[in-house]
Design a protein. Structure first.
Length: 166
């Protein structure tokens, strides 16, 4: 799983998400059938389980096991999620404007900057480069990260300055 579902389940950053970004390893036929059944039963859109995130995956993924559901001899289900650092880099690479296609990328990047302990724009770019070659990082991402990290730094400074003296 990736995206908003991870922000909801792992980081408690959202109450809900519009869809679940997921990639199924192996034959996805059974999962697609179950997803269609859930969509019909719940009245959800057919694309609630979305694999469009494949375009943002890195060959240097940093993932961890969230949950494992045993099955039978034929298999089971393991839910694997990205680290805060990797999800930060993925969100930076996607960086859709807020509200476009239901995007929360920019506010997610700000939240993940704290979760991944990203110090500033230089650190952010270096973190993205851990997962993606520098040549694949578009200028809009570099400029966007600079702006976002300036806001994060200002927020952190304001928060730190408002703490009572000890």
């Amino acid at each position: 799983m990736y995206g908003g579902a991870v922000l909801s389940l792992v980081f408690n950053a959202r109450v809900s998400t519009r869809d679940v970004d997921a990639v199924v390893n192996g034959d996805p036929t059974l999962v697609r059938r179950f997803a269609a059944e859930v969509a019909e039963e719940e009245g959800w859109p057919d694309d609630w389980l979305n694999d469009g995130v494949k375009g943002y995956r890195s060959s240097k993924e940093q993932m961890r096991l969230l949950e494992e559901f045993g099955g039978d001899a034929g298999g089971g289900l393991r839910v694997i999620v990205p680290s805060a650092e990797y999800l930060f880099a993925m969100k930076c690479m996607a960086m859709r404007p807020e509200g476009i296609e239901g995007s929360h990328d920019i506010s997610d990047i700000e939240l993940l900057a704290d979760a991944a302990k990203v110090e500033d724009a230089t650190h952010a770019i270096a973190l993205i480069e851990q997962f993606y070659p520098a040549s694949r990082i578009p200028p809009k991402v570099a400029f966007g990260v600079q702006e976002i990290m300036e806001r994060v730094t200002l927020r952190r400074t304001a928060s730190h300055n408002s703490l009572p003296a000890s």
